[in-house]
Ligand binder design. Structure first.
Ligand code: FAD
Ligand code: DHB
Length: 394
């Protein structure tokens, strides 16, 4: 079997793996990124769309923010809609001018892939990691298949950036990791439609029939989500039914009209909260969805993945520069502080905005009271705003 060698072996070319590879290259550290899927597939996978202030800054400072700055939609506020009326949360006023930027995850991925390939970076698509070995040694290795052959990639450290269904987390010996998990009794049905957004900002909508979200990707593309059953059958949702349900949930007393158009993408996103601790075992470091999942209501998954690899990139840079291990040793604890803050925020947004099974009238009244408070108290609105745009320090 042929073996190759690099400094950092990265499994997964999602946002975590690609940002890490890019940050390492800026520090003169070599990496190889192994990605099971094709380039075409990862560049067209429609997922998240909201970038925190700090994520945008990092991408810009790292030299991959040019198109993001040109095409990204900067938002200063968002709307919470309930009881047939909208209430604006002015994010920037509540957070010393911080904003969010709407820019599709697949666009971030395209920009990063282009930047890595332009710089001569080693990205291997359709290269599936099968297993990892020698984690306790100074030369851990990733076994992977590529072009029908099985190979080993020897490295100094391995970054497991292979998402929730990857192989890295499971390669850690039993008993090392503790897992914390919550499943929600609902999912999101998401669509992308060729129609101008019906509002300038995001609308998070609480409705007796369930949650709805209005978002966008560009002045011509609208992204919309509906709370649905966890085992929902997409075939039960022809386009007309989706538009009708969205219009019903997003309706306001002053006659909000949702524009409709051809649906170009349709999918179901399960909802779960999940964390493993610690994020590291010997020479394997987990980052992003490989280590934690948040329900999408807070728009945090992608941002959290980027926050992890920023910490990991800095720690590896210090180690390669001087042999200092302090930052690497602190990696898991440093990341977990943000992970749990974001877990709490995402859970809080989720439980405030969704319809829960059983229609418990007590719960429903608590939700309405919470929504009324968040939209009328500056202190409560600030809590939402500073978490939503992303906390600089946690
Ligand atoms: P991923 O983006 O999952 O990247 C992991 C990569 O590893 C993938 O490319 C995968 O193909 C690759 N891989 C896996 N196994 C292997 C292997 N054995 N060998 C090589 N490569 C491997 N967040 C939001 O905030 N809002 C949303 O609306 C939203 N929608 C989502 C919809 C879906 C269907 C999913 C799955 C997630 C969604 N998220 C959303 C979450 C957000 O997209 C993720 O948090 C983000 O992608 C995390 O980035 P990552 O790099 O850690 O993982
Ligand atoms: C989008 C996704 C989210 O999970 C969210 O909270 C807001 C917006 C989006 O895809 O645009």
């Amino acid at each position: 079997m042929s073996a190759e060698r690099t400094q950092v072996g990265i499994v997964g070319a999602g946002p975590a793996g690609l940002v890490l590879s890019h940050l390492l290259a800026l520090e003169g550290i070599e990496s190889v990124v192994l990605e099971a899927r094709s380039r075409e597939y990862v560049e067209h996978r429609v997922r998240a769309g909201v970038l925190e202030h700090g994520t945008v800054e990092l991408l810009r400072e790292a030299g991959v923010g040019e198109r993001l700055q040109r095409e990204g939609l900067v938002h200063h506020g968002l709307e919470l809609r309930f009881g047939g009326a909208g209430h604006r949360i002015v994010l920037s006023d509540l957070t010393d001018g911080r904003t969010i930027t709407v820019y599709g995850q697949q666009e971030v991925v395209k920009d990063l892939i282009a930047a890595r390939l332009d710089a001569g970076g080693d990205l291997r698509f359709e290269a599936s990691a099968v297993s990892v070995h020698g984690l306790d040694s100074e030369r851990p290795a990733i076994r992977f298949t590529h072009d029908g052959a099985e190979r080993d990639l020897r490295c100094d450290v391995i970054a497991g950036c292979d998402g929730f269904h990857g192989i890295c987390r499971d390669a850690i010996p039993a008993g090392v990791l503790a897992a914390y998990e919550r499943e929600y009794p609902f999912a999101w049905l998401g669509i992308l439609a060729e129609v101008a957004p019906s509002a300038e900002e995001l609308i998070y909508c609480h409705h007796d029939r369930g949650f709805a979200l209005h978002s966008m990707r560009s002045p011509k593309l609208t992204r919309l989500y509906l709370q649905c059953e966890p085992d929902e059958d997409l075939d039960a949702w022809p386009d007309e039914r989706i538009w009708e349900e969205l219009q019903t949930r997003l309706a306001t007393d002053d006659g909000f009209r949702l524009g409709s158009g051809p649906i170009v993408e349709k999918g179901i996103t399960p909802m779960r909260s999940f964390v493993v601790e610690p994020l590291q075992h010997a020479r394997l470091y987990l980052a992003g969805d490989a280590a934690h999942i948040v329900p999408p209501t807070g728009a945090k998954g992608l941002n959290l993945a980027v926050a992890d690899v920023r910490v990991l990139g800095e720690a590896l840079a210090a180690w390669y520069r001087s042999g200092a291990t302090e930052l690497l040793q602190a990696y898991s604890d440093t990341c977990l502080r943000r992970v749990w803050r974001v877990q709490h925020f995402s859970w809080w947004m989720t439980q405030m905005l969704h319809r829960f099974a059983g229609d418990d009238p007590f719960e429903a009244r608590l939700q309405r009271s919470q929504l009324a408070y968040v939209t009328s108290s500056r202190a409560a609105a600030t809590t939402l705003a500073e978490n939503y745009v992303g906390l600089a320090r946690v």
